[in-house]
Design a protein around this ligand. Structure first.
Ligand code: FE
Length: 174
């Protein structure tokens, strides 16, 4: 190769790398943002998760409205990621959105979820994923209630509900 073709090749390489970065920045290939991130192979996830959990978390599927877990749950609890156990949402911020999916106006903390622009299915939406394992959780919309105005619309089948830490356990009558 002469100098000119090397220069052209270098410019093209930088150009395509920039396009690639733009296309995938924050997209589906973005790694989880937390330093304690959990990274597993597809085979490992398939072994660990139920088929329904895998379909939603790893293939960005959606449960049918009014059919999943927790959409109608009003009892106190902390909702953790079913894949990695990270505490994502609290019952104190849960509200009845009427959509058939469990909804919150904010996560437990900003470092629990990552947001990505999602242009699939001809819609411009913001996807939310677990910040530790990268699993797809649902989407966030800006038509939620006060105080944030946000609506985190989440697939309940990829959550597990745990007791609120420090809360008195329900008395058992034996
Ligand atoms: Fe997770």
């Amino acid at each position: 190769m002469n100098k000119t073709s090397i220069a052209v090749f270098a410019v093209l390489a930088v150009f395509f790398f920039a396009v690639y970065r733009t296309a995938f920045a924050g997209g589906e290939n973005a790694p989880p943002s937390r330093s304690d991130r959990v990274v597993k192979t597809d085979a490992e996830w398939k072994q660990q998760l139920t088929a329904e959990q895998y379909r939603i978390l790893r293939d960005k599927g959606t449960e049918r409205a009014f059919t999943g877990k927790y959409w109608d749950s009003k009892e106190p609890g902390v909702y953790v990621c079913a894949a990695c156990g990270l505490e994502l949402f609290h019952s104190d911020q849960k509200f009845d959105s009427g959509t058939g999916w469990p909804s919150w106006f904010k996560p437990i903390a900003d470092d629990r979820i990552d947001e990505h622009s999602d242009v699939s299915y001809g819609m411009i939406r913001t996807e939310v994923t677990c910040a530790r394992c990268g699993g797809h959780l649902g989407h966030v919309f800006n038509d939620g209630p006060k105080p944030t105005g946000m609506r985190y619309c989440i697939n309940g089948n990829v959550l597990e509900k745990k007791p609120v830490p420090g809360a008195k356990a329900e008395e058992k009558h034996e």
